[in-house]
Design a protein. Structure first.
Length: 216
């Protein structure tokens, strides 16, 4: 009876697979002369609590000139909140950091020189359930050479998406509301698609004004 009760509790709690319970990729990703180091932490977006450890992340390193040229890809384990990838090819790179259940982060036109290269800022990972994210709202910035029609096929599958333009290649997207959980999943999925587009410089969830004031 106790085992059955425990099983029901786990089922009702909606236990999700642990994304870090998989074999990790080797940090030796190639034979190039460049290495990449960065810190990655979890934030709740309120500015009221400290950063928490993220145990693993997916890292995708791409050639900005052609996204068909993948320089590195894998799920890597953090060590003291850091990731170090070795054997990358020197040159410009776009870097996407992601993990299931979180909003992805993207860094464009990062110069990788021979030797060790470090991102100057921490990679802040926000769970897709973070309370300060506005349901169904996300913002994006296009590269200077790109226009909104270039990504119409990216957000098209998400239904009647409302798009509001702002100066400087910035846009606010509002996707249809499908309940709190469904909309959160849609935002996470759409952001994952957007950051993997060569036309997108950044894509992020939009947060409430009160959260911006608290963290400012």
């Amino acid at each position: 009876m106790r085992a059955l009760l425990t099983g029901l509790i786990v089922l009702l709690a909606g236990c999700q697979p642990d994304p870090c319970a998989v074999p990790f990729s080797s940090p030796q990703v190639g034979t190039g002369s460049a290495s990449l180091d960065f810190a990655v932490v979890e934030e709740d977006g309120t500015g009221s609590t400290g950063s928490r450890r993220v145990q693993c992340v997916d890292v995708l390193v791409l050639n900005p000139a052609t996204y068909a040229d993948t320089l590195a890809f894998g799920r890597f384990q953090t060590n003291d909140n850091r990731i170090v990838l070795k054997g990358l090819r020197a040159g410009l790179a776009d870097i996407i950091v992601d993990v299931p259940g979180y909003f992805p982060a993207k860094f464009t036109d990062i110069t990788l020189n021979s030797g060790l290269n470090s991102l100057s800022d921490k990679v802040l990972m926000f769970k897709s359930t973070v309370a300060v994210a506005l349901p169904g709202h996300l913002g994006l910035t296009l590269r200077e050479s790109s226009r909104l029609p270039d990504i119409a096929d990216v957000y098209g599958p998400f239904g009647r998406v409302r798009v509001k333009a702002a100066p400087g290649g910035h846009y606010e997207l509002k996707i249809p509301f499908r309940g709190v959980k469904g909309t959160r999943r849609d935002v996470e999925a759409l952001l994952g698609r957007l950051v993997r587009s060569p036309h997108v410089e950044t894509a992020r969830p939009l947060v409430s004004l009160s959260a911006v004031i608290r963290s400012g």
